[in-house]
Write a protein that binds this ligand. Structure first.
Ligand code: FE2
Length: 246
């Protein structure tokens, strides 16, 4: 069983809760789709987990901003990435160098992994189709542009959903496991470990076990994370949004 995690965003409490769940599930390998850091108050501790445990870890837009200093962030994201850079440089252990070496995508067998989308693996968002026109556009993308791979795992939008050629599925506690037979084309958005934005405050990730895809939600002590955001003087909105899942 493989666990696919994205957008940990330096949230140590959420990261540790997800790893505990994965260990109980018998996960053998961890893939990360990027944005290990940014926004959150524990960049050094979460980066150490990432460097030690992830078999594969991609360049997210926050890693790119960290390494290059170039971004189009809003003021609170920009403040957080500058603070993160200072923390990682002080933390040592080759963490900044490790982030600089991240690749924009990875291909494993019939599975493509990106942070953003197949069109721009670092910055683009896979939008959840909200009407029949967008649903048809998604089906067209899957049929026309998923060439050389069948499944694409994506992060960045912080919202878990599954888009296949037969429709879009929003996982929930009553239905969160799907079979993806060989040759089936699908975008799999795994949601965010450290800053979910689908109004469910629990950490989100996915596992793949052969053809079986499962979305998971894990509660964690978000009040502890909020307290650290405030202690470090990061923007109050970054604390508030964790309690609202936005
Ligand atoms: Fe992100």
């Amino acid at each position: 069983m493989i666990a696919i995690l994205s957008d940990l965003h330096a949230n140590l409490e959420a990261t540790e809760a997800v790893f505990r769940t994965c260990e109980a599930l018998g996960v053998k390998s961890y893939w990360c789709l990027g944005d290990v850091i940014g926004y959150g108050p524990d960049p050094v501790a979460v980066a150490r987990y990432a460097k030690e445990r992830f078999e594969s870890s991609l360049m997210g837009n926050h890693e790119e901003a960290l390494v290059t200093g170039r971004h189009r962030f809003n003021p609170h994201a920009a403040q957080a990435i500058d603070w993160t850079r200072r923390m990682l440089r002080a933390g040592g252990g080759g963490l900044m160098e490790w982030f600089a070496e991240r690749k924009a995508f990875a291909l494993k067998g019939n599975v493509l992994m990106v942070h953003g989308s197949i069109y721009d693996p670092v910055h683009d968002y896979v939008d959840e189709p909200e009407n029949p026109i967008e649903a048809n556009q998604m089906i067209e993308t899957l049929n026309r542009d998923f060439s050389g791979f069948d499944l694409c795992f994506a992060g960045h939008n912080h919202t878990p959903f599954l888009a296949t050629t037969v429709g879009v599925m929003i996982p929930h506690d009553g239905h969160r496991s799907f079979r993806l037979p060989k040759g089936h084309k699908a975008y799999i958005c795994v949601g965010s470990v450290g800053q979910p934005r689908d109004r469910d405050v629990r950490a989100s990730f996915a596992t793949l076990d052969g053809e079986q895809l499962t979305f998971h939600r894990v509660p964690y002590d978000l009040r502890a994370t909020q307290a650290k955001i405030r202690t470090h003087g990061l923007n109050e909105f970054l604390a508030e949004r964790l309690a609202e899942g936005i």
